[in-house]
Design a protein around this ligand. Structure first.
Ligand SMILES: Nc1ncnc2c1ncn2[C@@H]1O[C@H](COP(=O)(O)OP(=O)(O)OP(=O)(O)O)[C@@H](O)[C@H]1O
Length: 312
């Protein structure tokens, strides 16, 4: 199978410091891959090298099996790139913008007319296509920009933090459009520092921190690989403080704190399997009337890997 994209050992240095430090990952055809990392992690610099805007100091990029360095025109033809900054003429309508950029791409008049209609539909702007872009919300502008990137029928769409600076409603509309494109078979690289977006859109995720991909896999793989800590809430009747002290001694439990009148929250490795031991530990002290096991999510995995939260 041909990969939509592969990159290997990408390095970019500024003043001797590697801001992208041997980054490598692949995107299968038809797959949405998320690059998740805090501000300054190196996402934009990586993307700039993938789309041929920035020459890597080391490493290679292949798009649809084509080497970007040796055949940049053919490789770039396969990519639709949506940068962080909106690149549209506000005085023109979306349709006029699309016509302008389509001509730049060298699309013929007839083909362009068909593509403009298809693209407006794909990004949910058919109804507003004849309104000036300056009247659009942030989310609509972003969707129009995605439309421009789709005109030449790329096989791989690369989106650099597409929801930054837009209101929640627009965010939902952008995500709906993006999900629709993936459902229609588009391969995608989606960067964000919003965990929930990457979880929603992408099947596989690379976590990037300080220029390095520190983990790569499906959400489930990432969480499993880390053997993350579960949270277990036990609702008890009886001597809750003594029960908490006893729970703390159970092997696998790293913490037990009384969080409500009748509730002890445990941090534990392998929470679900520990339940019999937990019940045995409190026997005679308190009765367990409720149990909730909260398994670790990508946010926990990220925290474990990088030592920081994404909102830093
Ligand atoms: N032209 C440049 N010269 C020097 N340093 C740079 C240059 N471009 C980027 N950097 C540095 O490289 C690091 C990575 O930046 P990059 O923009 O790739 O991160 P990012 O993950 O995309 O973050 P953001 O979400 O803020 O854009 C940052 O520390 C940034 O200051």
């Amino acid at each position: 199978m041909t990969f939509a994209l592969t990159c290997e050992n990408l390095v970019k240095r500024y003043d001797g410091t590697a801001v992208v430090d041997h980054v490598g990952f692949h995107i299968d055809t038809g797959e949405a891959y998320g690059l998740l990392g805090p501000n300054g992690a190196g996402k934009t610099t990586t993307i700039s090298m993938l789309v041929g805007l920035l020459r890597p100091d080391e490493g290679s990029v292949h798009v649809g099996g084509i080497d970007l360095a040796s055949d940049p025109i053919a490789a770039k033809r396969l990519i639709g790139y949506v940068p962080q900054e909106i690149a549209l003429y506000p005085e023109l309508t979306a349709r006029e913008n699309l016509r302008y950029f389509g001509r730049l791409y060298g699309l013929g008049r007839r083909r362009l007319a068909v593509r403009i209609a298809e693209v407006l539909e794909a990004v949910g702007l058919t109804e507003r296509g004849d309104d000036k872009v300056q009247t659009y919300s942030g989310g609509m502008k972003r969707r129009a920009n995605i439309g421009v990137a789709l005109l030449h029928e790329p096989r791989l769409l690369i989106l650099d933090e597409p929801t930054v600076g837009v209101d929640p409603q627009s965010r939902v509309a952008i995500l709906d459009s993006v999900e629709g494109l993936v459902a229609d078979g588009m391969s995608m690289l989606y960067t964000s520092h919003y965990m929930e977006e990457v979880e929603r859109v992408c099947t596989r995720v690379g976590i990037i921190d300080k220029g390095r991909v520190v983990a790569d896999g499906t959400r489930r793989e990432l969480v499993a690989e880390l053997g993350g800590t579960d949270k277990v809430d036990l609702v008890l009747e009886g001597d809750v403080d003594t029960a908490a002290a006893k729970l703390r001694t159970v092997e696998g439990v790293t913490d037990a704190a009384v969080t409500g009148q009748n509730t002890v929250r445990l941090l534990a490795v392998g929470g679900r399997h520990l339940l019999p031991a937990l019940l045995a530990a409190v026997e005679g002290t308190a009765q367990v009337t409720g149990v909730e096991v909260i398994e670790p999510d990508l946010e926990a995995a990220f925290l474990h890997l990088t030592g920081s939260t994404l909102r830093d």
